[in-house]
Design a protein around this ligand. Structure first.
Ligand code: NCD
Ligand code: ZN
Ligand code: ZN
Length: 430
């Protein structure tokens, strides 16, 4: 069936300007047929009134908690939440129970994800067996099964020689190594930024633990030629090191989260674990450096690090609650409202960092609106402001630090290969 979307605004990726155009796609074959005016007959017409029609969003860092932690999230709730946030594709981290360290587990997630029929899920598998930091997993078998990258996210690989071997083998297998950069001999059992920790009376987490590990892994990536991708960059020193590595020609890319672009440790004025995340919210200099790094492309992409936890777990307070914040349903409205609308970040930079760039880095489909490309589309309304209410989330996780913030830029429809995977107001999957 031929579908036409008319009355929307598209983004010209070369000049960054918005323009009016219609889009025709084939909802069975799943690709875009034409972009422009007078696109001819269609079996179905979606009429818009100036909404943005963007490529389907891509998030390279989410925690879907399935298998093993389904009280926090399930594949179904996580992939519906992703679609509601405008995401057509998400990459899920392997810190589940059991950890995703075998081909069978990768295949299981892909098969169950596909059956749910929401966002497409692309598993990232463990670097080390059981995420224990020691024996390496079978990279070739994991790749055959469909894994798109390797990571022990949640923990850093502490042993340098082991990481060197992992990068050499990842290079041979053609898989990116995605690092949670944390030198545990520095971070120890700290929980939040040292300044905030002093105010609250808990243990500080040394920010230098991040850059220390990034420095090591830059050197190992340079030696091996592996594609090193740095997760959730949060400090000024980390941004400087990545910028330096790129200038040297190291095969390195990086991501930044919405919370590290919008928040600092100063928001932590009382013991509320909703602000506890790893890496922690840092200082204003760090936040500013992340923003600069994002604008100049040192930090290539936006990733949410969507990390749902239960209300009970988060009620344990900053010292004892698990690290992590949800983010997949609010990332675009927050960054649109607080960075794009005030003129800090161009819309084209934000959209590129959530679509074309992550697709390109990890070899995923989509990322552009052109005849022949997949009909992965996100339709966003920028003229309707809403208050963020976690009770409305499709995710099981309600642990957002942005409760009661007002934002515009909500997704009204998400399309994957020509099929609607989210329409505003739809029922929850359980
Ligand atoms: N970011 C977090 O604070 N938590 C993540 C782990 C991680 O991304 O390191 C989680 O799995 O909960
Ligand atoms: Zn991490
Ligand atoms: Zn993570």
């Amino acid at each position: 069936m031929k579908v036409r979307i008319e009355g929307g605004q598209l983004l010209d990726s070369r000049c960054g300007e918005l323009f009016r155009a219609d889009i025709a796609y084939d909802d069975e074959r799943g690709h875009i047929v034409a972009v422009g005016d007078c696109l001819g007959e269609a079996d179905k017409v979606v009429k818009l009134n100036g909404e943005l029609v963007l490529p389907g969003f891509v998030d390279m860092h989410v925690h879907l908690r399935d298998p093993g932690f389904t009280d926090k999230e399930t594949l179904a709730t996580g992939l519906q939440a992703a679609a509601a946030g405008g995401f057509a594709h998400v990459a899920c981290m392997p810190n589940t129970n059991p950890p995703v360290d075998s081909a069978a587990l990768v295949e299981d997630i892909i098969a169950r994800g596909r059956a749910i029929g929401k966002a497409d899920v692309h598993p990232i598998a463990c670097i080390t067996v059981g995420q224990a930091g020691d024996e390496l997993t079978d990279f070739e078998a994991l790749k055959q099964a469909g894994t798109i990258a390797l990571s022990d996210d949640g923990k850093g690989v502490q042993h340098g020689a082991r990481m060197l071997e992992a990068m050499a083998r990842a290079k041979a297998a053609g898989l990116p190594v995605v690092i949670h950069s944390e030198d545990e001999t520095l971070s120890l059992d700290g929980v939040i930024h040292p300044d905030a920790a002093k105010r609250i009376g808990v243990k500080g987490l040394l920010p230098e633990s991040e850059a220390a590990m990034i420095a090591r892994d830059i050197l190992l990536a340079e030696r091996t030629g592996a594609h090193l991708h740095v997760c959730h960059v949060s400090t000024e020193q980390s941004v400087a090191l990545i910028r330096w590595a790129k200038a040297r020609g190291v095969n390195i890319t990086a991501e930044v989260t919405p919370h590290h672009l919008l928040l600092t440790e100063s928001i932590i004025t009382h013991d509320d674990a909703v602000f506890k995340v790893n890496p922690p919210l840092q200082g204003e200099r760090d936040r500013h450096a992340c923003l600069e790094g994002f604008l100049d492309g040192t930090l290539d992409i936006i990733a949410t690090d969507h990390a749902p936890h239960t209300a009970e777990e988060k009620a344990r307070g900053i010292a004892h609650a698990p690290f992590g914040m949800v983010g997949i349903e609010t990332v675009f409205p927050l960054l649109y409202t607080y960075l794009v609308a005030p003129g800090v970040v161009p819309l084209s930079r934000l959209v590129d960092a959530m679509t074309r760039r992550p697709s390109e880095l990890f070899g995923l489909p989509g990322g552009s609106i052109r005849p022949g490309s997949p009909a992965d589309l996100t339709i966003v309304r920028t003229d309707e402001e809403r208050r963020i209410d976690p009770e409305q989330f499709y995710s099981k996780g309600r642990n957002t630090p942005f409760t009661n913030w007002h934002a515009a830029g909500w997704t009204v429809r998400t399309i994957l290969r020509g099929k609607d995977i989210f329409v505003q107001g739809e029922e929850r999957l359980s």
